[in-house]
Every structure is written in C-alpha cells, then in structure tokens.
Design a protein around this ligand. Sequence first.
Ligand code: DQA
Length: 146
Amino acid sequence: MKILFLNGPNLNLLGQREPQVYGKTTLADIEAMVRKQATVRGATIDFRQTNLEGELVSWVQGAKGAFDVIVLNAAAYTHTSVALRDAVAATGVPTIEIHLSNIHAREEFRHKSLIAGVCFGQIAGFGAKSYLLGLEAAFNIIEFKK
Ligand code: DQA
C-alpha cells in the first residue's frame, strides 16, 4: 500500500504563513503525523513539496504504477493549473484533493478548483487534520478497489 502526498507552492511556509488561515502546524509536523498514522495502518508514504508547477506535474505522472493513491494539496495551482488537472486525468491514479482551509468559504477565486473534476473527492477546511482525513480516504479507496 503506497500513498503519495504532494504539496504545492507556499506550503513549505506553513506555521509562519497566515496562521489565522492555515494554523501554526508546520509541514514537517504534518508529515510526521501522517507518517505515524500510515505506519500504524501498514502503509508506506512518500511526502513531497514543491513551489514549481512542472515538478508537481512530473510527480503526478511518475505516480503511475508506483503508488496506489495520490493525496494532493495543490495549493494555489488548484485554481490555475490546467496542466496539473490533465496530469491527474492522464495517470489514472486515484487522487484525493485536500486543503487546510475551506476554499469555498474564502475569496471567490478560490471557489473554483480545476482539479476537482478529475479527483476522487475533496477534503477542505479541517486544518492539518485534512491530511489525516486524506489518508483515511486513501485507505477507503484502496479497500474499495479490493
Ligand atoms: C490551500 C488553499 C489554496 O487556495 C491556497 O492557495 C493555498 C493553500 C489550503 O490548503 O487551504 O496555498 O490549498
């Protein structure tokens, strides 16, 4: 059971970045939390962050045959990247869209997710816990496929 967690731009700044919106937990803390829970459940995770759109696209492409599920916080690229949407559609690896904040309750430009239509489902608004819920959803998909 292999699950790939991908994080987009500015998520390396979690903890210091707009804590009133994103909380005070750092990305390293989130990774540790997810890794611990995944280990308990017998899954292997890979956890990555990049500020580059093309790198995210390449990582999504590379997931085919290597991972069972992708859990993706594409950050701002959620709202802008047709390339990322096309990569998710092309790999066919079930992908769960996650966000710390509830994008639907924020500025209007965040209401639209270009990747939502090609993802298995979306989790938004639970802060750092969105990652654990993403992990749970990944297990559900893997069970469902058995
Ligand atoms: C985010 C929401 C996006 O709108 C924003 O650009 C981010 C973080 C979230 O996790 O809440 O960078 O994906």
